[in-house]
Design a protein around this ligand. Structure first.
Ligand SMILES: [Zn+2]
Length: 254
């Protein structure tokens, strides 16, 4: 879906815990750079290629991939995209996510997932156990080098300026991004869209709820006309007001 000139929200298929659906990487480009935000699941290169064609962008022009955080549905496709490209692609992420993207450490969410297995009802337990096993077996194969770390408040000099907003909580190094020219907030997993409504990340996905609530407050500092959530896609209905509401309440811990 076209967001603005040189900005497309991609729809990439994803079979997650909630069933078959889509995730929404962002593709931003100008004459110099082609920037992808998040990389989908493993082995989706052809889907990405098709999405680039649809957006009118040459796949081999891809120059940077910014990773919002190291969960598998965001970094799973990295290795295969790097392999498929004829030019070097720089990977950018926050320092706190780097060891997980590079598989220097096991996935950050593994421990939480193992804990969740115990508390799930029988049918879901099997599914989660399968995910845990497959993650353990495969995470080193999905590794990719981080070329540059990005920090809170930094303005990346791509496509009219992309501001890094450090929004930990979902994971320790989660970042959101603000594309200045289009006033678009790329929220990653800091926010979701459900049934057309902008909502907080589900509590069970937040590794640190206190940090998460603080991060929500940081998002209110930006003048946002469009929000893109990796899960749920686009939200345009007075986002400044809605973000302020969500930040005000925060997740009330159960
Ligand atoms: Zn995600």
């Amino acid at each position: 879906m076209r967001i603005a000139d040189g900005f497309e929200m991609l729809e990439i298929s994803a079979n997650l815990m909630t069933g078959p659906g889509f995730v929404n990487p962002s593709l931003i480009w100008d004459e110099e750079d082609v920037v992808l935000v998040d990389a989908g699941l493993p082995n989706q290169v052809q889907e990405f290629r098709d999405a680039f064609v649809k957006a009118g962008v040459t796949f081999n022009r891809l120059s940077q991939i910014i990773i919002t955080h190291s969960d598998t549905d965001h970094i799973g496709g990295l290795a295969s995209i790097l392999l498929a490209s004829s030019q070097h692609i720089s990977i950018l992420a926050h320092n706190n996510e780097k060891p997980y993207i590079q598989a220097d450490l096991p996935p950050i969410r593994l421990k939480a997932m193992e804990d969740q297995v115990k508390s799930l009802p029988e049918d879901m337990r099997k599914q989660m156990q399968g995910l845990v096993e497959s993650l353990k077996a495969n995470y080193t194969k999905l590794r990719a080098n981080v070329d540059a770390t990005i920090e809170d408040g930094e303005e990346l000099p791509f496509c009219g300026g992309i501001v890094v907003i450090f929004t930990p909580g979902h994971t320790p190094g989660h970042v959101s991004l603000y594309h200045k020219r289009s006033k678009t907030l790329i929220a990653g997993d800091a926010l979701n869209v459900e049934n057309g409504k902008l909502v907080q990340a589900p509590e069970f996905t937040c590794l640190n709820v206190e940090q998460y609530n603080k991060s929500l407050k940081k998002l209110t500092a930006y003048d946002v006309s469009t929000v893109i959530c990796y899960h749920g896609g686009l939200f345009k209905d007075n986002p400044n007001m809605r973000i302020a509401q969500l930040a005000e309440s925060g997740i009330v811990q159960s």
